[in-house]
Structures are given as C-alpha cells and as structure tokens.
Design a protein around this ligand. Structure first.
Ligand code: HEM
Ligand code: HEM
Length: 137
C-alpha cells in the first residue's frame, strides 16, 4: 500500500474520531452547536468521508485502468494540502465563531482555499490516471 493511501485512510479514521467527539459534545450541550457545528460537519464529511474515498480511490482506481497513478508527487502534495487546509479551516472556524474577529474569518477563508486547491490536485491527478493513453483508445 502506498504511503499516501495509508495516510489518507489513517487520517480519515482520526477525523472520524474527532468529528464524533464534537458531535457528542454538541448533543450534550446544544448551545455549543454554533461554535462546533461547521467543524463537526466538515471533519466528518471532508475528513472522514472524502479522505476515505481519496485513500481507497488512489489504491483502487488506477488498478482499474491497469496503469500506475499519474503522479505520486501530486498525491503527496494533495495529502499535505488537504490536511493543512482542513485543520486550519476548522481551527479558524471555531475561533471565528467564538471571537468574531475579522482576522479569524480571513484565515478560515485562506485555509479553505488551500483545501479547495488540494481537491483540484486530486481531480487532476485522478483524471490523468484514468483517461486512456492514445494507443489504448
Ligand atoms: C456519534 C456520532 C454523532 C453525533 C453525536 C452527532 C451529533 C450531531 C449534532 C448534535 C449536530 C447538530 C444538529 C443541530 O443543528 O442542532 C450534528 C450535525 C451534523 N452532523 Fe453529526 N453527529 C454524529 C456523527 C456524524 C457523522 C458520522 C456525520 C457524517 C458522516 C455527521 C454529519 C453531520 C452534518 C452534515 C451535520 C449538519 C446538519 C445540519 O446542520 O442540518 N454527523 N451532528
Ligand atoms: C474546500 C472544501 C469546502 C469548503 C471550504 C466548505 C465550506 C462550507 C461552508 C462555508 C459552509 C456553510 C456553513 C454555514 O452556513 O454555517 C458549508 C456547508 C456545508 N458543507 Fe462544506 N465546504 C467544503 C467541502 C464540503 C464537502 C466536500 C462536503 C461533503 C462531502 C461538504 C458538506 C457541507 C454540508 C452538508 C454543509 C451544510 C451544513 C449545514 O447546513 O449546516 N462541504 N461548507
């Protein structure tokens, strides 16, 4: 199993654990929902669900075409950007909801852009891995 596959799957499980802890905290204290809701939602849906799909996708999808992944370097870049983006976005969402400071909102947007770029890196790399080479068409 490649390093980025293993890291995405392990990261996914860690984000599920954090997401569920935040969910239970909100279930116990309803008034924490405005503070933690977005982060709970995205740790679960981006962190757990998307990261699991990324990890499994990197392992399985190129095997369907019988060719290696287009770029392992881009997969590593995706791994770093996605983790930095998701963690940064989540921290600053919570700080923004708590303190309502412009700087936290700005930083949350900055990290969300990093997360968005990571998704584009994934789309590009996977697309290039799946399109048939000219001699295969
Ligand atoms: C032990 C597990 C979980 C608990 C206790 C929990 C609890 C909660 C609570 C209390 C809310 C806030 C609801 C409100 O707006 O008042 C919420 C929202 C949400 N949760 Fe969870 N959750 C859990 C797991 C998950 C998982 C695994 C996912 C996704 C894979 C998820 C996705 C969401 C989403 C998308 C929202 C936002 C929904 C909305 O605002 O309408 N949750 N959860
Ligand atoms: C770069 C990636 C992403 C960014 C920057 C982002 C950002 C946001 C923002 C700013 C909101 C509005 C929250 C609010 O109104 O309080 C939102 C809502 C939501 N996002 Fe994302 N999102 C991203 C990716 C995703 C993905 C991949 C999923 C699902 C797999 C997802 C699921 C949702 C859901 C279900 C809501 C609505 C929750 C609610 O109404 O409480 N997001 N997102």
């Amino acid at each position: 199993m490649d390093r980025y596959t293993r890291c995405f799957v392990k990261g996914s499980l860690i984000y599920l654990a954090i997401g569920v802890v935040l969910g239970v905290m909100m279930a116990a204290h309803g008034d924490w929902t405005p503070l933690l809701g977005r982060t709970h939602n995205h740790f679960n849906l981006v962190g757990f669900v998307c990261f699991m799909i990324f990890g499994v996708g990197y392992h399985i999808l190129p095997r369907f075409t019988g060719r290696p992944l287009h770029s392992a370097k881009l997969a590593d870049l995706h791994l770093w950007l996605a983790n930095i983006g998701l963690i940064g976005m989540s921290i600053f969402w919570i700080l923004d909801a708590g303190f309502e400071q412009y700087v936290f909102e700005f930083l949350a947007v900055l990290f969300s852009i990093i997360l968005g770029i990571s998704m584009i890196v994934f789309i590009y790399n996977m697309w290039k891995s799946l399109i048939p080479l000219p001699q295969e068409e």
